[in-house]
Ligand binder design. Structure first.
Ligand code: V47
Ligand code: SF4
Length: 400
């Protein structure tokens, strides 16, 4: 792994100014930074500085352990009646025939495709359309569970839940209880975008508000369940909006403790209404991971979603606070390739993912959705590699 300087070395630097020194001392003492300090880090914290602080937290919590899971994604539809300006799905509402709208059986066929595969999770998320309602999703979850009870169903976001509960005229509380009874195991982090209305109203007007997003997660946590959180950054927001977003998440996490992972999502500019905006630089992406790690002192994990940022930046991110690089997904994930992700075909085998993590000196740990260890791959030898090694070492074994 790329090595950051230890914080103690940073603190020896006499030229370090007072506010940044205070932040470094707080991190060393395991103390929380304030909103003003968070903004200061975004405005003035150089990559090497925030990286050192974030890596200290990462290594204190997880050492070199780096998590991934084996999952697959299903997007029931790529048509959406909302018109988020960053999303390539929204353009299809006027030309529905160009998109897809899977039926219940088609979705279940995708689930069955993975029969016998060692996946632990199905991640279901897509556009919002009226036919995908409370009845549809309840039945879908029930049928997935009937088919494969141990498969963890991580599905939908408050954007869908807000819409379907409103349509069914039921409260969030009742709706989330129904989803749990039907088989929903956890909620992914999507739909969060930027909570602050100054930005949300411009990029994601019409769908659930920041408060509603947070409230649905709160209710879900109160039912004893877990979820993730994201932030879509690098478009029209200012640093204060990012800190406001992180602060709202930190406050809710203090209350419920139900979030597992925070996933910063870099805005990609292909095929959407904000294509004129430049994308953030890799330096900014790494700074964003690092500052998120520093700010969210009550989150266990920070995840880099590798199909979005690419394999190389995912490797780098492991030295900037990230301890999880999501999963061995396959090419059914289309929302990102449409939006201009680094990986047009985001497929990686377990061996590839393990090697990617090992190449930077980290320890690959396969986890399930709830971070139970499925397998520690630190010293694992894959069959393909064992054959290769055997071939190379033969002459030595035979003494020739
Ligand atoms: O909410 C849409 C984002 C999210 C673009 O919980 C875009 O484990 C960048 O939340 N550029 C959905 N991002 C994906 C998501 C997610 C992904 C991986 C793992 C987990 C998890 C959750 O994708 C949306 C939106 O914020 N998105 N368009 C775009 N142009
Ligand atoms: Fe629809 Fe989600 Fe895209 Fe917004 S981000 S248009 S809600 S699919």
């Amino acid at each position: 792994m790329q090595t950051n300087r230890p914080i103690t070395v940073i603190l020896e630097d006499k030229t370090l100014d007072r506010p940044l020194r205070t932040i470094a001392e707080k991190v060393l003492d395991g103390k929380r930074i304030t909103e003003e300090e968070g903004i200061l880090l975004f405005e003035r914290g150089e990559l090497a500085f925030v990286g050192a602080l974030a890596n200290h937290i990462r290594e204190t919590r997880h050492g070199k352990r780096t998590y991934f899971n084996r999952n697959f994604h299903i997007e029931p539809t790529n048509v959406c009646l909302y018109t988020c300006t960053f999303c390539s799905y929204s353009r299809l509402i006027k030309k529905r025939e160009e998109g897809w709208e899977y039926s219940m059986d088609e979705i279940l066929d995708i689930v069955r495709k993975y029969d016998g595969e060692p996946v632990t999770e199905v991640h279901i998320v897509g556009g919002v359309l009226p036919q995908y309602d409370v009845e549809f999703y309840s039945e879908l979850f029930r049928r997935i569970k009937a088919h494969r009870p141990e498969l963890h169903v991580k599905a939908l976001t408050p954007v869908e839940y807000h819409y379907i509960f409103k349509k069914a005229k039921i409260s969030y509380e009742e709706g989330m209880r129904l989803m749990k009874e039907a088989g929903l195991d956890s909620m992914p982090g999507g739909g969060a975008e930027i909570f602050h209305p100054e930005i949300r109203d411009q990029i994601a007007g019409g769908k659930c508000s920041g408060e509603q997003w947070l409230r649905i997660h709160e209710i879900w946590h109160e039912l004893g369940c877990r979820s993730n959180a994201t932030m879509l950054y690098g478009h029209i927001e200012a640093y204060r909006h990012r800190i406001h977003h992180l602060e709202e998440l930190r406050k809710l996490q203090d209350k419920t403790g139900g979030f597992q992972t925070f996933i910063p999502l870099k805005f990609r500019n292909k095929d959407n209404q904000m294509s004129h905006l430049p994308e953030s630089t890799v330096v900014e992406d790494l700074r964003n991971y690092a500052i998120s790690r520093i700010y969210l002192d009550n989150f266990d994990h920070i995840k880099a979603y590798w199909p979005m940022i690419g394999r190389n930046v995912a490797q780098l991110s492991l030295a900037f606070g990230v301890d999880d690089i999501d999963g061995t997904i396959d090419d059914t994930t289309k929302i990102y390739s449409m939006a201009g992700s680094e990986e047009q075909n985001p497929a990686m085998s377990t061996r590839d993912l393990v090697n990617l993590i090992r190449q930077v000196g980290c320890q690959p740990i396969e986890r399930d959705t709830l971070y139970n260890v499925v397998e520690d791959y630190t010293d694992h030898v894959f069959e393909e590699d064992a054959e290769f090694k055997g071939y190379v070492s033969l002459p030595v074994v035979n003494g020739k």
